[in-house]
Design a protein around this ligand. Structure first.
Ligand code: BG6
Length: 508
């Protein structure tokens, strides 16, 4: 499928559907085949895809990594990483797996890879098509792409396709993102590059499209006339665990806001696309990102962006270390593990509606949700004061856990008195019989099929950096100590102040 063809696959099928979407013949080449991402995410996803018949026998698995292994040892490795399955298709896929051992900057690695791929074309019917998945540290993305280009492995031949799949971070700021883009572009054109944001593959994130555009009741209220504010929360209860070293150079802004938060935000608030073609959706997302006004003046950043870092907390039963006590973290670190921001969107639909976003590690709960809070009633004719203190009406999309939707509104409490209390109409994904598909299963299959809808385009990456870069620069130059919050609390007091000074509060 090309970028301009319908991408109903992503938005319309599931493992439980009668008609299973199938990968075309190709070699799936995983760089970093002996690494953590491959073991934790890719191999389990491939096993499940093979189990429901999405990977025909003409799909070959090829691993490339620095760890020495033979083909047979790599096959054993793959099987060992997905224990307890008696799926015969997985056994067949791994039995035919090939492995190329070598350095990522060594031309010989690519020469041998070329031989292996010619061989899979002959013996496994992979038809000259290749999908390269870079499951390596991001600093290797550019060099691997350059090497593939030099070895002549980036060009498609005949009817075959060549794609490259990469996962965030896409650069460190706007400039380095452009450098990465330049490196990738020496060997690949944009249509060949599939940038993963696994949040886009979450069932409920995709449900945003169904909610907004498969119904007519929401559209009339989806604007500044009815909406008072929008809140996006990506809260994690876990700390950085054993990823301290990585997190030290990343922080919550680069790890979550630049990508997951802005992607969810743009899908939720973009204009209706003219079709569900991948490019139509991505055009609308990037238009929305362009309409977000970057915070640029220092006073504005100080007022509208808050960072924080967790300190030791929890309970006697479950003591949680502070961030600076985590392995691999500088004991004097000022890396942020929490971010809250107030964004404004400069377009006709959303002018004047603040969008509050927050994310953090070691918050009291794991929850990702988008909530749209509606204007208060303009006048309460009979019982003034009755609704005072009542939280505003809201539409809440719960991305995880308990995937679903809630509409919160005021209802009379039964009894003699006229008391109003918040009630909820709830929809839960559990009411569907079909199971949700794991995000990696979906993105892997979409990449093999060539459906770019759930992948991020280069212009979206650039725009997202432009939103967060000024804040990151401001924080880097800020000599004041980073605000702290105790583990298992909702961030520093500055985060509450950011929204409360505007007469609103974070949804709990
Ligand atoms: C990743 C971040 O992109 O998303 C992690 O690097 C974070 O720090 C993870 O924990 C959260 O993903 P999910 O799917 O568990 O919400």
């Amino acid at each position: 499928m090309t970028a301009s063809e319908p991408s109903a696959g992503s938005s319309g099928t599931s493992a439980g559907d009668d008609e299973v979407r199938r990968s075309p013949a190709c070699a799936l080449v995983i760089f970093g085949a002996s690494g953590d991402l491959t073991a934790r995410k890719l191999l389990p996803a491939l096993e499940r895809l093979s189990a429901y018949g999405a990977l025909p026998p003409e799909v070959a698995l090829v691993g490339v990594a620095r760890t020495p292994m033979t083909d047979a040892e790599f096959a054993d490795y793959c099987r060992a990483k997905v224990p307890g399955t008696d799926n015969p298709r997985w056994a067949a896929l791994t039995a035919g797996a090939r492995y190329v051992h070598g350095g990522y900057d060594d031309p010989d690695t690519y020469a041998r890879l070329a031989e292996v791929l010619e061989d899979t074309d002959r013996t496994q019917g992979t038809a000259g098509s290749r999908a390269y998945y870079f499951a390596t540290p991001p600093r290797l993305f550019g060099p691997i792409a350059l090497s593939l280009g030099k070895a002549g492995l980036s060009e498609a031949h005949g009817d075959g396709f060549v794609r490259v799949v990469i996962e965030k971070p896409f650069g460190w700021d706007e400039d380095s993102a452009r450098e990465l883009y330049d490196d990738l572009s020496t060997a690949f054109v944009e249509e060949q590059i599939f940038r993963i944001d696994h949040y886009l593959a979450k069932e409920t994130v995709q449900n945003l499209l169904a909610l907004r555009f498969a119904n007519s009741i929401f559209e009339p209220i989806w604007n500044r006339t009815w909406v008072d504010n929008v809140q996006i929360t990506v809260a994690e209860s876990i700390g950085v665990g054993d990823r301290g070293g990585f997190y030290e150079t990343t922080g919550a802004m680069r790890d979550i806001v630049q990508n997951h938060v802005l992607q969810v935000l743009s899908l939720f608030l973009m204009e209706p696309p003219t079709s569900f073609h991948a490019e139509a959706i991505r055009d609308e997302k990037v238009k929305l990102l362009r309409a977000i006004r970057p915070l640029d003046e220092e006073a504005e950043i100080a007022a509208h962006a808050v960072r924080g870092q967790y300190t030791r907390g929890g309970t006697r039963e479950e003591l949680m270390p502070g961030y600076r006590e985590e392995a691999g973290v500088d004991p004097l670190s000022s890396t942020e593990t929490f971010v809250a921001m107030r964004l404004s969107i400069q377009n006709w639909r959303w002018a004047g509606v603040p969008v509050y976003v927050r994310t953090g590690k070691r918050l009291p709960a794991r929850t990702t949700e988008v909530s749209m809070q509606f204007q208060r009633p303009p006048h309460l004719p009979l019982f003034p004061g009755i609704a005072a203190g009542l939280e505003p009406d809201a539409l809440i999309v719960r991305v995880q856990p308990d995937e679903g939707l809630s509409l919160r509104f005021g209802a009379k409490v039964p009894g003699h008195a006229f008391r109003v209390q918040k009630a909820s109409m709830d929809f839960s994904y559990e009411s569907f019989e079909q199971e949700s598909i794991d995000a990696y299963e979906r993105v892997l299959l979409d990449a093999l099929i060539g459906d770019p809808t759930l992948f991020i385009r280069a212009d979206e990456v650039g725009r997202s950096w432009r939103i967060v870069d000024p804040v990151l620069r401001f924080w880097a130059a800020d000599t004041r100590p980073i605000p702290l919050y105790q583990a298992a609390t909702w961030g520093p007091t500055e985060a509450a102040a950011l929204i409360e000074r505007e007469g609103r509060s974070w949804r709990r």
